[in-house]
Design a protein around this ligand. Structure first.
Ligand SMILES: Cc1ncc(COP(=O)(O)O)c(C=O)c1O
Length: 393
């Protein structure tokens, strides 16, 4: 089946965080939202059909994960990423962010430390801080338009006896790196050597551009599998975030038991009936849609890069290897934090994410979402071009 990603489908009035928040708050329907990390595309047709069929049953009582559900997750990891997992390793949670919080609470004692690699997804900071731990930055290095891990700094930070966990973002939001086998191996071995558990957030792992290769962190060997925890979800891949279902993969039985205890004590042992149906269907029948999506996102990315290069050269696109959230270096505009936000939101009328929300290393950057029909992307970039042009006067 051929999907039409060019088709604009209105999300307004669906209690949509991305579109409705700004309409409601500002009464300003002219704002074009290109921020929060979901897509303006309907999910694969088989998923909607399965949800409609489930809804027709009319009874939505308590739900449990079936063997068929677990099998669909195992099958996806195997077929898509050549990563062998066992059904019993899978813990279902209502999202990756709740899982990160529970993981910190389970494995990091109050006052201990969690390493993160900013600029990085904001809830990584709060997963530590909201759970009485401290986040310790191992900032990425930015040189020649590319971000790299800083292994010298990592070695330094790993000497800290209070450091118990490292949250890895693989692929990385917002800088778009899809970490290589070598980078992951070096990172993982150093953490292993120092007894630091790695929690690898791989929610963007299915979304890599043509020619790039995603490596699940735990697929790199038995020691990585047994000592670490991997967060996965169909939510970014198939645009199902509102169904709040993710799969946390924990191979070690003792670690899994401890995590499940927290899950139950937080009252989060239940599962959303629709999330289960959508996940299983997406993993079994969504691949054709995903292949077409990746091509479409690749074309959107090319359009974005060409437009900035040719028409808005003051803003530099950090070329991503994965994710549809694109990191923009706006520092050459010479604007401070509030002037940059004002330029995008008030002058251009587009809502992007401010770079500083990803840590101080993001100051002067913005993050733009390109998972939208081309017409919206074209309009958003035209608005930014016109706004930047006003700076010259
Ligand atoms: C790296 C990363 N982890 C987690 C999430 C959100 O996960 P969830 O909606 O499952 O809580 C996002 C959303 O943008 C993300 O970028």
């Amino acid at each position: 089946m051929q999907y039409d990603f060019d088709r604009e489908v209105s999300r307004t009035g669906t209690d949509c965080y991305k579109w409705d928040l700004f309409h409601a708050r500002d009464g300003a329907p002219r704002l074009l939202p290109m921020w929060v990390a979901d897509m303006d595309f309907p999910c694969p047709a088989p998923v909607s059909e399965a949800l409609v069929a489930r809804a027709a049953n009319g009874i939505f009582g308590y739900t449990m994960k079936s063997a068929a559900y677990l099998d669909s997750v195992v099958g996806w990891m195997q077929q898509r990423h050549h990563w062998e997992i066992k059904p019993e390793w899978i813990c279902v949670t209502p999202g990756v962010v709740p899982a990160l919080n529970m993981l910190v609470r389970t494995f990091v004692a109050p006052g201990e430390h969690v390493l993160i690699q900013p600029p990085v997804y904001g809830p990584f900071f709060s997963a530590a801080q909201s759970n009485q731990a401290a986040s310790i930055p191992n900032p990425l290095r930015y040189a020649n338009g590319r971000y790299q891990m800083d292994f010298d700094d990592l070695q330094e930070k790993l000497r800290d006896p209070q450091l118990k966990m490292a949250i890895l973002c693989n692929p990385h939001n917002p800088v778009g790196r899809v970490w290589t086998r070598d980078e992951l191996t070096r990172f993982g071995e150093l953490c292993l050597e120092h007894g630091v558990m790695v929690v690898s957030d791989e929610i963007h792992g299915d979304l890599v551009y043509r020619g790039e290769q995603f490596t699940p962190f735990a697929s790199l060997g038995e020691a990585f599998t047994q000592h670490n925890i991997i967060c996965t979800a169909p939510s970014k891949t198939f645009n199902l975030a509102g169904l709040e279902t993710s799969n946390i993969i924990i191979a070690d039985a003792d670690l899994r038991t401890r995590f499940e205890k927290t899950l139950r004590s937080d009252g989060l042992g239940g599962i959303n009936s629709f999330g289960l149906v959508a996940t299983e269907t997406a993993y079994r029948r969504g691949e054709e849609w995903l292949e077409q999506l990746i091509d479409y996102l690749g074309d959107n990315l090319r359009y974005l890069e060409d437009t900035f290069r040719n028409e808005i050269p003051q803003i530099k696109v950090i070329h991503p290897e994965g994710t549809y959230m694109i990191w923009l270096d706006c520092r050459a505009l010479g604007l401070d934090r509030s002037a940059l936000t004002h330029l995008m939101r008030d002058t251009a009328g587009v809502v992007l994410n401010d770079g500083y929300a990803f840590g101080p290393q993001g100051e002067g950057f913005q993050r733009i979402n390109i998972a939208c029909p081309r017409s919206i992307l074209v309009e958003g970039l035209e608005r930014i071009r016109s706004a930047v042009a006003t700076l010259k006067q």
